[in-house]
Design a protein around this ligand. Sequence first.
Ligand SMILES: [Zn+2]
Ligand SMILES: [Zn+2]
Length: 940
Amino acid sequence: MPHDLPKSYDPATIEDHWAEYWVREKLFAQPTPDSASHATLGREAAARLDGQSDRQSPFTILLPPPNVTGNLHMGHMFEHTESDILMRWRRMSGDRVLWVPGTDHAGIATQMLVERQIVSEGATRQQMGREAFVERVWKWREHYGGAILNQMKRLGASVDWQREYFTMDENLSVAVREAFVRLHEQNLIYRGAYIVNWCPRCQTAISDLEVFHEEQSGHLWEIRYPVLGADGKDSGKFLSVATTRPETMLGDVAVAIHPEDERYLSLHGKKLRLPLMNREIPIVLDEWVSRDFGTGAVKVTPAHDPNDFALAERHHLPSINIMDDTGHINAAGGPYTGLDRYAARKRVVADLEEQGLLAGIKDHVNNVGHCDRCKTVVEPRLSTQWFIKIQPLADKAKAAVREKHIRFTPEMYEKTYFEWMENIHDWCISRQLWWGHRIPAWHCSECRKITVARIDPTACAHCGSAKLTQETDVLDTWFSAGLLPVSVFGWPKITPETRADFDAFYPTSLLVTGFDILFFWVARMIMFGCWFAGDVPMPDGSKRTLADSVPFREVYIHALVRDANREKMSKTKGNVLDPIEIVQQYGTDAVRFTLASMASPGTDIAFNIARTEGYSAFANKIWNAARFLFMNVDRAAEVGIVVDPASLPLLPMVGNDAPLEDRWIIAEFHSTASKVNRSLAIYRFDDAANTIYQFFWGSFCDWYLEIVKLRLDFSGIIDKVSTEAALTTLLSVFEASLRLLSPFMPFLTEELWHAVYGDNLPKKSIALMSYPPINSIHLRAQIDMEMLQGIISDIRALRKDVGVEEKETVSIKIHSYEFVVADKLEVFTNNCDIIQRLAKVSKIEFSELPLSGPNIRSSFGVDVQVLYERTVDVAAERDRLTKEIAKYEKGLISAERQLGNEGFLAKAPAHIVDGLKKQAAETGMLLAKAMVALDELPKQ
Ligand SMILES: [Zn+2]
Ligand SMILES: [Zn+2]
């Protein structure tokens, strides 16, 4: 069976081929198990029924759904690499693995993107109308929405493509609607006017999490408000307030002071005239006011500041909203109506100055909130929104983590989670967008009440009127994302007939995600999962407890990928690495291996392209090892030694009488596999990857292949049995190593594994083979081999010390001390051929007496001596040494002269003097050595 592996490893060709093959063959599909019968039969009976499959434990994860607008970046590549390694490892270890892919409709991001397109065509979405716009977004999504998933396919992610979902799919939309209606029925959804973060560009409310703060230099304006006398006219006195947003004064309804502020005691009960608007406003007393900040008097603008809003509620003050959706002053702003917020600011300041009411302007650094999507400065603004009363959901979600039904890795994120959950606010779930799940609420124009319904209503639930209009707001994107673990497995339509998926895959096993969406997504999935899944009975019909209601049992928060200098990648810094570009250059396997070799819980990765180069060399090394192996298998076949891969043992093994190198490589393999399994179980991807690397490059290629070559000489085969055994061990260790490496380098291993088996594949893919498990090891073979390696390394080092030419062979002497048990010596006497080959030794002499003389090294209670006489050109050597001696003498004289100079010693820093002394001592030593060498040269 000739193996025709191309001479050089070309990742591009093999990777495209296998990526396409895995998808086409649906290799990672996890069909709905037929478990309806299991539930009634009981587990044991079911296990007897269909054998293996029921005993497999499910291992399910959801891919954090990328936005439809997204493109793959290094963060995704890292997250997918870690997830894929875990999934492939679990699958090969015998679990029933399901990795569910999907995309998120990404309300704001997608709407913004399509809107920009429309604007570039000279139109607006308002001109198009809602229906046409939404249709346009769907079209866009059809064409471009799968970018990341296509990239994932190319990168070989082992997800079940048959189960791909989109958050606006019909069935997922049903879940969204059910969740909303149910929460509304439970009085956990309400509508009210509150201060929200308003983006005037996106024209929607956005959550606190979608706002990023940035320091900006601005001003603090101090404005004088005239105090009114008892007659209602200006008293000639003023109260100064400080503000960073002077235009909001148009909406002021009061000024607040601390009740115990001694400066203002005389103002209690007085009123003020609001400048520019000529409105009479009260002075209110509130302990919230800080006496030390600004002037100690605070203007109260309830419609534009959350603290003022709360203060106004306490004092029953009205709210005056002075701004429209686009950030322009509305009709409530008197003469400033129609001005943009910043234009209004300028005019207000100018007018105040003109009226002598501007007491001062100070430079001031503000922490200004920006829209995460479009970077526009957000405006805190009063608006009517929909909210979830979050506390009852949060309480359950906290209990789930407190009771350890969900574990976090790294553990520190548990604390972060609790901190956020303790301070959680009601969740504003409405967004003023067109793209998304429209809120299932209808406003009645007769009775003004709201009807919330599972099915679009035709009549008002309160008065029966048909004059209904649907709420225009859509739900926050995270509302549907928060439901995913329950909704992708069929909730709420879970009936005895449809429950197989839910029974088999919920709760999911693990979530692999980034810190940035811990609150956005992870916390919300926990809240929704614990809230809604509890209603679904367990497979055996019993009630589902909190422990089985959680959306996942474990959360693994991965670290960040930074650039080689540990800087965060950012477009402004220009240090963003495109994973696709690097993949094209080095191959997916090398990039995956780079990421894995640095990944451990809680440690950011400094991605260095040099490492990827190194791992691409590693892939090459494996390729060449395969070529060497196949060449020998083919040559053996020519002389009648046939090694059939189909007859290889599942795991490499040999008897106790096998040669040391065979017993050793197999022991090494098993201890490597054990370590890799243990490392992956605790997310030490780095340890796992490095262990495989050391094994493959060091133990397998550098040692085993070199040793076994002794038995692969087909010119005049002395021992056919030994040759066949060598080839069998070689092939079985190589094949098992490919399986060990497969989760890390799926493409290369798939290609070589197919080459091993040719037309007799045991399965369609190496990814479906079993993973080498944790296994007991042959400790003895490893100790023996370590001794052999030790003595070979010693001889190699001695050869270098003595200056033996690379190709030259030498004789050696070995002495083993008595305290070393006798059979240790056998390791050397039995493996002389290995020592001779690997250390280029011509003759080995075993000495009864301890060794003496030059060129000796000791380790393991063993002395080894290289017997070598260097032939020297005496005349040339004498010449060289004479010159050297002259040089040292000159250096020594100069150093001594300097050290004898009192002036120099007084001025020079201590470390210079010390350095000089040291240098003089060293030169003296070298001089002495050279003089002895010269003396020892044979006289001519
Ligand atoms: Zn925005
Ligand atoms: Zn009505």
